[in-house]
Design a protein around this ligand. Structure first.
Ligand code: T46
Length: 133
């Protein structure tokens, strides 16, 4: 379930610095309709939900953080600590973000606009939904 979730972000360095590239059809397996980023993070964890239809790619711009990815039967702890790493957050995966470094900046590319009704924010409801298939 969790294999193929980590993508390598292409990077090109020269004397001016490094450019990081996420491109449709390469690292991105969906069309992007929204981009948001999360920064100025405290020690409080975030996430604690799953999406019904939304697919997302989380790109670590700076710093580090841990993701707990849970498909209802298996939990995986994934540390992002390089801008060369991007994590696919697929549908019906309960995800939590923990242990943000002070400088952490997380950019997320999303397959749709923001719809609160797409979120499952209750863990018991999530387990019932995935068990029903
Ligand atoms: C996700 C993880 C990785 C909006 O109004 N529009 C938006 O596009 C987003 C992303 C959020 N919001 C509102 C909804 C809440 O009132 O901003 C507030 C904070 O959102 P939330 O508590 O969902 O934040 P996180 O960090 O727990 O989750 C976010 C995304 O919402 C979610 O889709 O998968 O990052």
């Amino acid at each position: 379930m969790f294999e193929n979730m980590l993508f390598e972000v292409q990077s090109i360095s020269d004397a001016r610095g490094t450019i990081y590239i996420v491109e449709q059809g390469q690292q991105l397996p969906f069309d992007v309709k929204r981009c948001y980023f999360i920064k100025e993070l405290s020690s409080q964890p975030r996430g604690f939900h799953a999406h019904k239809t939304l697919r997302q790619l989380a790109v670590l711009v700076q710093g580090s953080c841990d993701f707990i990815m849970d498909d209802g039967s298996t939990k995986n702890n994934i540390t992002l600590n390089s801008p060369k790493q991007a994590l696919l957050i697929d549908t019906f995966v309960w995800h939590e973000m923990h242990n943000f470094s002070e400088d952490c900046i997380l950019m997320v590319l999303a397959s749709d606009v923001y719809l609160e009704e797409d979120y499952i924010r209750n863990y018991d409801e999530f387990l019932i939904t995935v068990k029903q298939g």
